[in-house]
Design a protein around this ligand. Sequence first.
Ligand code: FAQ
Length: 348
Amino acid sequence: MSYLNISVEDEKQPAGANGTSGDEAAQTAAFEARIERGEKIEPGDWMPAAYRKQLVRMISQHAHSEIVGMLPEGAWITRAPSLRRKMALLAKVQDEAGHGQYLYHAAETLDASREEMIDALLERRAKYSNIFNYPTLSWTDIGVIGWLVDGAAIVNQTMLAKGSYGPYARAMLRICAEESFHKKQGHEQVILMAQGTPEQKAMVQDSIDRWWWPILMMFGPHDSDSPNTPTLMRWGVKTKSNDELRQMFLNQVLPDLEALELTVPDPEMHFDEESGNWIGGEIDWDEFWRVIQGDGPLNADRLAARREAHEEGQWVREALTAYAQREAQAAHAPSTNGASNGAGGAHA
Ligand code: FAQ
């Protein structure tokens, strides 16, 4: 059985997944009581099939986002304006690869295989964040991505770190710690450029103008159009909704943008004294749905790059499989000298 949302055939708990059977309603009630008490659900614990399926959908899409998300910034590694910036950008892009690995591993604890997750991405059956389908046209885009894209991701992920599934929540803690460095280095770049020459300030403003709306879309559709939120909140995967997080982000960044005399491309953006919130105009939801369904500026290029990397990595996967098989054979081979024939024998 596949646990990816696109090919789940059976919503029921697979027999013997955790050695239990019996009344599913009672199991669900006990599961929900654990969540209510704030306990983490761990791999191997009984869980409703729909909880597993939602987690695999979300975690695998999150993993894909980290991996595809290496591409926009990776394009600027060779063009970074100084050695310091190049080192920071290299480290950041490498971190994103690591985040993808943690997340694929977290999904694997739910019986999703790496192959099926990657296939779903490459065959366009799985989504990844809308944000990575836009081009990085100038160096200031890199600062804006670090500050605002990573900043938006942190707002979302700090909430997910409190979620009910142990491996995902723990991955989020580590990822957030690393993302906070990404955000700081991006913010530093934006501050520097905003206080630089008029040309530099104009460059950074242009980057904000182009990235602003796609960044707000990262939080997902309005709660009223978000089919997954009710289930995810009921089972404590999400503890805040898409709109709540988007509002937190606006309240966090608008004062910082103002301090730098930078603006957002939204004439309706204002501070509402009564609610204490920054409130702006409506997001272009047609653009959002178009982009996440595959018709954004760079969707085709991003997937082509991933497909190429996957094909070029085929020999590595084959070599690793052959190595693992040899290790397993060596571990099971009968000993000829009475000593245990450990995995070390395979290195000869
Ligand atoms: N992009 O019912 P909801 C990063 C889809 S990491 C694309 O509201 P949900 C770090 C959604 O999947 C950024 N698709 O869904 C970095 C669903 O379709 P499905 C990634 C989106 O799950 C920085 C449909 O719309 N972060 O940036 C988006 O309750 C720099 C209906 O939506 C995560 O993935 C979107 N923005 O809420 C890396 C965090 N929004 O699957 C490199 C984990 C919605 O039913 C460089 N994920 N959709 O076919 C989440 O928190 C949630 O899944 C949401 C969506 C908030 C993304």
